[in-house]
Design a protein around this ligand. Structure first.
Ligand code: NAI
Length: 765
């Protein structure tokens, strides 16, 4: 069956998100909620669509046309020919049960039905329903925000038909882009079972050890391989009331002796905070708040707010860069906090095998896809060493979970005969087999040896194709990254390999050129060194564009600044549907100096298809001046950041196989012909400067914004030259470098770069 029409019932946080993702897949969806009094009978469902726009749940506004809003009184008949009805109403069993009866009366015998419940066992949901219904019912547990969280936990009931599971799996994986994990019907499934435990363990530890939210979040964040929101920031994001309810509902369903129960209680202060409406970001105040531009943090003992001072912890930086062992080996309060949280969480995860699954793979996948952890708990135990972990637990007289004991002297993952394998509860090993067309480079990498590697980048021979991976902090690029890219190009050019793919299986492809490197040049006043670095960058990406072999960029997450300049020079881009792209250099007082200005101009020229280069110059000027970023490939194509042959896929784990296939089919390998351009010259240049001055006079641009944008105007128009003056591609590269150097010589640009590096703040000077 192909799912062509979907209904989502319940247009709250989750229902609207699910409807949005179905709409993003180009599938018609009805979003129903209860009818409202008064004129706007569909107000609740309409609010769901508004919420989608507020949370960037759609790839672009155009996708709203796939969503019809309605209500469960007037529009229930729409369900009759739906292929899938997704229930996402409030977490109340009796309400859900009533709804299923109504759905069963209207829907055909082939309609798939699912619930998004996070805590009600499937057995209870369908206990009153006939077998014909139970056969086509499953739990599809999405994570919030639905568009951006890749995890989908799929739970089978006792009577659910295998064909129904296959349908859900295929649709959610290929159309909705989810990493589908089949889970047993255990409380909290996989993600919330371990994720809530980790959050609660960190919360209790911080409170009992006297750490402030800022201190706790500095550790329970990137240094531990979890998102930088930390624990208190995450509580604020989810909502302190909602997160407390989730914890409580887990307590209600778990056995009395489950270790979670010890971690679950609210902090005394949280009871007050919930009563006062200090429930997090949605109310503008929680553990953190921002008052008059100042970020403040609550004192967990007194409930008073004070300025959240930035905490620079060398230990945290070291752990983030080199691994969590640095935290565990540290005997400061931070190291003790890290050990307490990690040891409890990892032990708890180990204690869940085999209850939640025979192998650790589901738990690890769920924590990566549903909680954005860099590594799952078992991969983390492998990192710190099973023996270290067991011995330290034993030295504290703590219980060792059976599955952890089984792994003593060994690991949970291993590479055997070129295949990545995972430990099974009974002591055997299982090869990790992903569905056809799915590949995670994080896993594949473990079976390969890099052909060339340095701290910031590596390249591999992946079945005869050179795969370049950037892997510095935020995957920032410097001369060494370019050297690795260049070396890979050399090898393909020498005829040793079939093509080149630039890809990584990280949160972000690359957030741009390493500003530390740029600062290094200006601190030494080494402008010729900086010029040489830029020339090297330009030359390397130009080689990608003009190579006589296929070159594919397969980016995920953010590709910004220099990172996006690399993407811009691939012959074909196959990116993830949630990619964010843009040339944001103006924010730090420079201009794209790695071919970004020239590509933006060429692309607008190509896209507009007109002979009026002036219009293309204006469009390029606006993209670059505003540092425009696009939050989806659909928007990026509208702003000439992607070309017609570029593609996107909804499931990021399908990018690499698609890129490999593209190398061999050569389908998208469009030529990168960059003819000389007759630029519009001084009239348009002057018009842009006038525009900037007017915007400045109106207070819309700062003085240095005008300086930076003047350089952009100079590049895209040719500057103070006669109209029609011909510029080659190399002339444009040269113009970029000249403007870049000019700007880096100014105090205002240096102030912006210093601020970004030292405080993470953009300076408006
Ligand atoms: P919500 O409270 O934001 O939205 C629920 C919506 O259902 C409301 O708009 C309400 O008017 C509507 N509703 C209630 N009874 C209805 C009925 N009989 N017919 C039609 N509409 C009805 O709730 P949320 O957060 O979206 O949760 C929905 C489901 O998803 C729950 O089962 C929850 O446990 C689950 N879930 C929630 C997550 C979250 O982060 N919020 C994450 C994963 C699952």
């Amino acid at each position: 069956m192909t799912i062509k029409k979907v209904a989502v019932i319940g247009a709250g946080t989750m229902g609207s998100g699910i409807a949005g993702q179905v709409a993003n897949a180009g599938v018609e969806v009805w979003l129903l909620d209860l009818p409202s009094e008064g004129d706007r009978v569909n107000a609740l469902a309409e609010r769901g669509v508004e919420r989608l726009h507020e949370t960037v749940g759609l790839m672009s506004k155009d996708f709203e046309k796939n969503i019809h809003v309605g209500n469960t009184r007037d529009d229930f008949q729409q369900l009759a020919d739906c292929d899938w009805v997704a229930e996402a109403i409030v977490e109340r069993l009796e309400l859900k049960k009533v709804l299923y009866k109504q759905i069963d009366e209207v829907c055909s015998e082939t309609t798939l039905v699912s619930s998004n419940t996070s805590s009600i066992p499937i057995k209870l949901l369908v206990e009153d329903m006939p077998l014909s219904f139970r056969k086509r019912f499953a739990i599809t547990h999405f994570f919030n925000p639905v568009r951006f969280m890749p995890l989908l936990e799929l739970v089978r009931g006792e009577d659910t038909a295998q064909s129904v599971m296959n349908e859900f799996d295929a649709f959610c994986d290929q159309q909705l882009g989810k990493g589908v994990i089949s889970c047993l019907d255990t409380p909290g499934f996989l993600g919330n079972r371990v994720g809530c435990f980790a959050i609660q363990a960190a919360l209790q530890a911080a409170n009992e050890m006297g750490l402030s939210p800022v201190q706790a979040d500095a550790i329970f964040g990137r240094p531990m391989g979890v998102p930088k929101t930390g624990v208190f920031g995450l509580y604020d994001l989810i909502g302190i009331d909602l997160m407390s309810d989730v914890a409580q509902s887990l307590v209600n369903t778990l056995p009395a002796d489950d270790a979670f129960n010890v971690e679950a209680p609210k902090l005394p202060l949280m009871v007050e905070m919930i009563a006062n409406g200090q429930t997090g970001n949605k109310k503008g105040q929680g553990f953190y708040r921002t008052v008059d531009g100042q970020r403040q943090v609550i004192n967990l003992q007194t409930g008073e707010y004070s300025k959240a001072e930035r905490l620079d912890l060398p230990l945290a930086l070291k752990a983030e860069k080199e691994g969590v062992m640095h935290l565990l080996n540290d005997d400061s309060i931070y190291g003790q906090f890290a050990w307490r949280v990690l040891s409890r969480t990892l032990s708890y995860a180990a204690s869940l095998i085999p209850e939640v699954g025979e192998t650790p793979l589901g738990v690890d996948d769920a924590m990566k896809l549903g909680y954005n952890w860099i590594k799952g708990p078992f991969a983390l135990i492998d990192e710190i060493g099973t023996d270290y972990f067991i011995q330290r637990l034993e030295s504290e007289g703590r219980e060792i979970p059976e599955f952890l004991r089984q792994a003593a002297g060994s690991t949970f993952y291993r590479v055997d005969d070129g295949k990545l394998q995972v430990r099974v509860y009974n002591g055997s090993w299982q090869s990790i087999a992903r569905p056809k067309g799915v590949e995670r480079f994080n896993e594949t990498r473990r079976t390969l040896t890099p052909k060339n590697t340095c701290e910031v980048a590596s390249w591999f021979d992946l079945d005869g194709v050179a795969l370049v991976e950037f892997h510095s902090k935020a995957n920032a690029l410097d001369g060494d990254s370019m050297a690795i890219l260049g070396d890979a190009i050399d090898h393909v050019e020498a005829g040793k390999l079939r093509g080149l793919i630039v890809h990584n299986d990280a949160q972000h492809f690359s957030c741009g050129v390493n500003l530390q490197a740029v600062r290094g040049y200006f601190l030494k006043e080494d402008m010729s060194g900086l010029d040489a670095f830029l020339a090297h960058f330009q030359n390397t990406v130009h080689r990608m564009a003009t190579a006589d072999f296929p070159v594919v960029a397969a980016p995920v997450g953010m590709s910004l600044g220099g990172g996006f300049e690399v993407v811009l020079h691939a012959k074909e881009v196959i990116c993830h549907a949630n990619s964010t792209m843009g040339l944001v250099e103006s924010g730090v007082g420079v201009i794209p100096g790695g071919g970004g200005c020239k590509e933006t101009l060429y692309r607008w020229h190509e896209k507009l298809g007109s002979s009026d280069i002036g219009e293309a110059a204006w469009k390029a000027f606006m993209n670059l001046g505003y540092g425009r970023t696009c939050t989806s490939p659909v928007l990026a194509a509208q702003y000439a950041m992607l070309r017609n042959n570029d593609r996107f896929l909804s499931n990021r784990d399908r990018l690499l196989p698609a890129a490999m296939a593209a190398i061999d089919s050569g389908a998208g390998q469009v030529s990168f012909d960059r003819p000389d351009l007759a630029l519009p010259g001084r009239d348009v240049f002057q018009a842009m400067i006038k525009w900037l001055e007017e915007a400045h006079a109106l207070g819309k641009l700062t003085p240095h914004n005008v300086v930076v944008a003047t350089e952009l105007a100079r590049i895209v128009t040719g500057g103070d030259v006669d109209a029609g003056t011909v510029f080659s591609e190399q002339d444009l590269f040269d113009a970029e470098r000249a403007s870049f150097l000019k700007l880096v010589a100014t105090d205002a640009t240096r102030e912006r770069i210093n601020s970004m590096l030292d405080t993470g703040q953009v300076v408006q000077n």
